[in-house]
Write a protein that binds this ligand. Structure first.
Ligand code: HEC
Ligand code: HEC
Ligand code: HEC
Ligand code: HEC
Length: 129
């Protein structure tokens, strides 16, 4: 029994290490808000790694999709490139503007999975302690 516990703990530690090595950012708890300053709402809570582990999302492309010929693609990822580099604040070249891009991605998944907040105050508040 003790052995099994140790094996499980070792496995969990190994998964944790792999995840950290995958290049995910440390300590991101809100999405970058610089494009929106001055804010009209408290910054949306998003503890990157903790959120993604809790939500069970392994695929970086689920959020950091790439772009081929002006179209969104899941075959390439774009982690490390801020959303704002491709999605401008206002509509440009038929691009989804930044606020809508965040809202569609975040709320879209919460609505389809029935998990995670879809109400304004559920995101625009500090990450729960
Ligand atoms: C649920 C959505 C989601 C998933 C899944 C996700 N990320 Fe992110 N990540 C974000 C958001 C949102 C930001 C902040 C982007 C911004 O401010 O432009 C971010 C930021 C980052 C950053 C900081 C640089 C940047 O783009 O601003 C890195 C590096 C990163 N993510 C890597 C990863 C890796 C590696 C994975 C897969 C192991 C991953 N992410 C999975 C949503 C996600
Ligand atoms: C390398 C460029 C690039 C990056 C980085 C990028 N996107 Fe996109 N995204 C696109 C392109 C191109 C499209 C397709 C055209 C469009 O709808 O704007 C798209 C489409 C979308 C859509 C679909 C809109 C719809 O109507 O279905 C959402 C939502 C979205 N992006 C959110 C995000 C978020 C959030 C981030 C950051 C985590 C991000 N994107 C990062 C290029 C990018
Ligand atoms: C691909 C799906 C997906 C995407 C994209 C996604 N989420 Fe979530 N989110 C979830 C799931 C699933 C949960 C519920 C996790 C759990 O079981 O507690 C969640 C939970 C949350 C919670 C509640 C956390 C808690 O402990 O109460 C917040 C806040 C949140 N998400 C913010 C965001 C923000 C902000 C974004 C966009 C940057 C985002 N999410 C994008 C799936 C997603
Ligand atoms: C699932 C998470 C989520 C929900 C729910 C959500 N937002 Fe957001 N919202 C974001 C993210 C992520 C951003 C971009 C980063 C930021 O400003 O915090 C954003 C940005 C904004 C901005 C631009 C920045 C600012 O403060 O001026 C406004 C306005 C906004 N949201 C209003 C709303 C309103 C109104 C609702 C309810 C109808 C809502 N949001 C629901 C995640 C969410």
């Amino acid at each position: 029994m003790l052995h099994r516990t140790i094996i499980v703990l070792t496995l969990l530690a190994a998964i944790g290490v792999t995840y950290a090595l995958a290049g995910a950012p440390d300590g991101v708890i809100t999405v970058s808000t610089s494009a929106f300053e001055p804010l009209t709402r408290p910054a949306a809570a998003f503890a990157h790694d903790e959120h993604n582990e809790k939500a069970g999302i392994d695929d970086c492309a689920a959020c950091h999709h790439g772009e081929i010929d002006g179209k969104q693609t899941l075959e390439e990822t774009s982690e490390g490139t801020p959303c704002a580099d491709c999605h401008a604040l206002t509509v440009k070249d038929d691009r989804t503007p930044l606020k809508r891009a965040y809202h569609r991605q975040c709320m879209g998944c919460h609505k389809t999975t029935g998990k995670g907040p879809a109400n304004c105050g559920g995101c625009h508040k500090p990450w729960p302690a």
